[in-house]
Design a protein. Structure first.
Length: 307
């Protein structure tokens, strides 16, 4: 169910801040999610829902993928959110925070369909994997219902869930490193706290043909860190990354766009294999490397990202 629309930069915006929502709709982000959960204080939950409904009906969203992050499954707000949002035609998906149990996701999907039985296409569900239990159950969550469209990794809450000693969102703790022996001079190599959860989420998404979205880089004023964080996700194979500020959109889009060198190499691989096929061969040597159909599939993925 991977979207045909790009989802490289998914901009998060508090739903109760109408001016910011309007800016998000007009931005160059591929996708937007209006937040009813963490970015909204309890006293503003009702206003946030009203503004999300109004914005979905009134704003020009272009070709963006438009989603709303609802409150947690056990919150007192979720029933009204489903009722108010289910039938809105411009809503592409609801983001379910702290997704942990398949039964909860099935229940939400059923409630959405009951709330809008005449909707042409049911509202999709994006699952935010941001706890240890959610990661343990990620394969079952990905497969639990046909309305599940995407998996997002919630890097901040996930780090808190496992007890990581860091207050920076999306960045590994400084102390997370491998230290060598005295003979090596105690040389230290930094480690990546998110390599494992990112791969778990990505593999589950790919196994079930879902969109895979990495969590945000909290240092939104740091363009270098923003872009390098997005480059890591892009290199792994993610479809996109959440961003929490408009300043992060451009560096994130750059990170997910293949370079001219990458595109040129990919085109040469495809061309070389086409020539080999014409001669009845299933592999060919290019630049001293053996090229076969696996290389071609990877190369075509890169070409598609550049189009």
């Amino acid at each position: 169910m991977v979207s045909l629309r790009p989802t490289r930069a998914t901009l998060a915006v508090p739903a109760h801040r109408a001016r910011l929502v309007a800016k998000a709709a007009a931005s160059s982000a591929d996708a937007v999610f209006m937040d009813l959960e963490d970015a909204v204080p309890p006293s503003e939950k009702g206003l946030a829902l009203e503004e999300a409904v109004r914005s979905l009906a009134a704003l020009d969203w272009g070709n963006k993928r438009v989603t709303v992050r609802i409150n947690a499954v056990d919150s007192p707000f979720i029933a009204e959110e489903i009722r108010a949002l289910a039938a809105l035609p411009r809503l592409d998906a609801l983001i379910v925070p702290k997704a942990e149990r398949p039964s909860d996701i099935v229940a939400i999907a059923d409630r959405l369909r009951a709330a809008a039985p005449d909707r042409a296409a049911p509202v999709a569900l994006d699952l935010l994997i941001e706890t240890a239990l959610g990661l343990v159950n990620v394969d079952a969550l990905a497969a639990c219902h046909d309305s599940v469209a995407a998996l997002h990794l919630g890097v901040g809450d996930f780090a808190a869930s496992i007890g990581a000693r860091s207050s920076d969102i999306g960045v590994s703790p400084d102390g997370y490193r491998h230290v060598g022996s005295a003979q090596s001079g105690y040389a230290a190599a930094p480690l990546d706290l998110f390599a494992y959860p990112m791969m778990r989420v990505l593999v589950a998404a790919r196994a079930h043909r879902l969109i895979a979205i990495d969590g945000p880089c909290g240092a939104f004023r740091d363009e270098r860190l923003t872009e390098s964080s997005a480059q890591k996700a892009a290199a792994m194979g993610f479809d996109g990354k959440q961003v929490i500020h408009p300043d992060q959109i451009a560096p994130t889009l750059r990170a997910f766009m293949p370079s001219e060198r990458e595109l040129d190499e990919a085109r040469r691989i495809v061309e070389a294999m086409e020539q080999a096929e014409a001669q009845g061969q299933g592999a060919v040597t290019l630049d001293g490397k053996m090229i076969d159909y696996a290389n071609v599939r990877m190369a075509r993925r890169i070409i598609s990202l550049g189009s």
